[in-house]
Design a protein around this ligand. Structure first.
Ligand SMILES: *Cc1c(COP(=O)(O)O)cnc(C)c1O
Length: 381
């Protein structure tokens, strides 16, 4: 029986723990590196924790169920997941990607993957005819974030999936910003969904984690071989923290979104605020596509203020909202992308995208919304 996503957050598709028969309601932490064998040539199904560990496996089953994937693999961070994903490609392969992305993804593309002979081409993936035009003989994949970090650009997942399928390309989606609660790219034809589990899935700003959700068995086997070989799987204790965090994903996503809508509306009325980028605003260019492909808008807001001085003042004066990198947790955080998440992106490129000294990014938590607004108001004064 397939459960509603709110139920799957707690149990995946299977209430009973298939490994442990103690009846423990909270899934145990199997803090073991290795497993003894019942007989020569036989195995309990677990051999060595780099390959698989029951706690990590339970987490992977829950995440696969949330994304309706064939399989999910848990890594030690979002970037570890990204690194494993890129091991699918060979020197000479060409990948088309969004021109606005998480800074760490741009860093791995430009400094690791390019060194390894992979061609990365940044384009506006919301422009479908441009995507079609840029496909070459050696193109192997299209990688998108939607909405993007930090400019909140939206790409039509279904349309890109159709283009990818017709050219036999892999369609890879970083779904971190909306989490599986609001968006399920595999339903539109994505082959691999990446998550930084550090963000909404973990939800408490206390653990690093990453996931690759695979749409089919072939990809699952290839990624599991890469995991086994490179050894970047999530540790048992961190897997347990993620399992615990995901139990409240549904209620956190709703509470954070409700706060974010109120804050986006309020920011729009502020004299010192110039542009508000929130996909839930009907004025956002990606609003219509969002309505089609996601069940919510999430809780990430970027905005430009009038001057660099206002940006710095706001970062210095917030008391409840913390000036910190990262996002998606119950604690509201404010980020200066230019100096933090996107510091390694060349200045010219950054400026062209609007990531400048007046852009701020806010990850809205679950605090009482009037407290958050009062904090922003006193910091903007
Ligand atoms: C944070 C983030 C990542 C990287 O994840 P880590 O867990 O920090 O390694 C990748 N993509 C997006 C969209 C992110 O926000």
């Amino acid at each position: 029986m397939a459960y509603h996503i709110n139920t799957k957050c707690i149990y995946g598709n299977n209430v009973k723990n298939p490994v442990d028969n103690t009846g423990a309601v909270s899934f145990p932490i199997y803090q073991t590196a290795t497993f003894s064998h019942p007989d020569v040539g036989s195995s309990t199904g677990y051999d060595y924790s780099r390959l698989q560990n029951p706690t990590r496996e339970q987490l992977e089953k829950v995440v696969a169920s949330l994304e309706n994937g064939y399989d999910a693999v848990a890594f030690s961070s979002g970037m570890a997941a990204m690194n494993a994903l890129m091991e699918l490609f060979q020197p000479g392969d060409h990948i088309l990607t969004s021109n606005d992305l998480y800074g760490g993804t741009i860093r791995i593309f430009n400094h690791i993957n390019k060194k390894n002979g992979i061609e990365i081409e940044y384009i506006d993936t919301s422009d479908l005819s441009l995507v079609k035009k840029q496909i070459k003989d050696n193109t192997k994949a299209i990688f998108v974030e939607s909405p993007t970090n930090p400019m909140m650009n939206v790409t039509d997942l279904q349309e890109i999936a159709i283009i990818a399928q017709s050219h036999q390309l892999l369609f890879l989606v970083d779904n971190t910003f909306l989490s599986p609660y609001f968006q399920n790219p595999i339903a539109f034809g994505a082959d691999v969904v990446l998550h930084s589990g550090t963000k909404f899935l973990g939800g408490h700003n206390d653990t690093l984690a990453g996931f690759l959700v695979l749409a089919n068995e072939t990809l699952s086997e290839r990624i599991r071989f890469i995991l086994k070989t490179t050894g970047s799987g999530l540790a048992p204790f961190d897997s347990w923290l993620l399992l615990r965090g995901i139990k409240t994903l549904a209620i956190r996503m709703e509470a954070q979104q409700k706060n974010a809508i109120a804050i986006a509306d309020w920011l729009g009325t502020q004299e010192k605020v110039r542009n508000v980028y929130y996909v839930g605003l009907p004025s956002h260019p990606g609003y219509e596509v969002s309505l089609k492909q996601s069940s919510g808008f999430g809780s990430m807001i970027s905005f430009h203020v009038n001057t660099p001085e206002t940006a710095v003042q706001l970062l210095r004066k917030v008391r409840l909202i913390q000036y910190a990198e990262s996002l998606g947790g119950v604690e509201s955080l404010i980020t200066y992308p230019m100096l933090q998440t996107h510091a390694d992106v060349p200045e010219e490129e950054r400026e062209a995208k609007g990531i400048n000294n007046t852009l701020l990014r806010l990850s809205v938590g679950i605090e009482y919304v009037e407290d958050l607004i009062a904090d922003l108001a006193q910091a903007l004064e």
